[in-house]
Ligand binder design. Structure first.
Ligand code: GRF
Length: 196
């Protein structure tokens, strides 16, 4: 069994889909859900599903990213994760944390990377007049929203889309894409999958 730690900052809907997918003959199991936000909705959802939870508040560390990341790493040890899935984790992780996990850490980003790294992806896609939008699951490297692309899902942009309506439609695809890619990743598959 591959033990999967999932990092969230918010509601954790992607985390729920990942946890729900890891049953039966699935080669992975969620070993912990960790958040930098002690009041993240995702922590309660994880606890309700019987998954251990952990909060490491980033605020007391101020600008000292390294100490925050050391605390993350230390807190993870007892759960013995084999890999990490970032699922709406809204802190940038530096090379100090990422390097030891490289090749064993995934992220989901709400754009068709390499387009629109960073924030406000849906507003930027609409502003650019893009005909399609979507989401990407990729391996995490120390460069933001970079790293080998493992899967992408596309949606068509409607003429009356707002950032919110587009985000909701893309989120629906995130929920399909991330579990699919995670399973393939644990099975050793590294070629890119596309949805639909
Ligand atoms: C998702 O759109 C994810 O791609 C982005 O933040 C959102 C998190 O949603 N980075 P949730 O917490 O999984 O519901």
């Amino acid at each position: 069994m591959t033990r999967v730690a999932i990092f969230v900052s918010g509601g954790g809907s992607n985390m729920v889909k990942l946890v729900e997918s890891m049953t039966g003959d699935h080669p992975g199991r969620a070993c912990v859900v960790l958040s930098n936000q002690p009041d993240a909705g995702g922590l309660k959802k994880a606890a309700d599903m019987g998954v251990p939870t952990l909060a490491v508040d980033h605020r007391p560390f101020g600008k000292d990213r390294q100490s925050f990341e050391d605390a993350l790493q230390t807190a993870l040890v007892p759960f013995e994760p084999d890999m990490i899935c970032l699922a709406g984790f809204m802190r940038v992780l530096t090379a100090g944390f990422v390097s030891p996990w490289q090749g064993r850490m995934l992220n989901i980003h709400p754009s068709l990377l390499p387009k629109y790294k960073g924030l406000h992806t849906h507003a930027r896609a609409l502003e650019a007049g893009d005909g399609e939008a979507g989401c990407t699951v990729h391996e995490v490297t120390s460069a933001l929203d970079d790293g080998p692309i493992l899967g992408q899902a596309r949606v068509t942009v409607a003429p009356d889309d707002t950032p919110d309506t587009l985000a909701a439609r893309v989120l629906g695809m995130e929920h399909q894409l991330y579990p699919l890619v995670l399973r393939r990743f644990i099975e050793g598959k590294r070629d890119t999958v596309f949805l639909p």
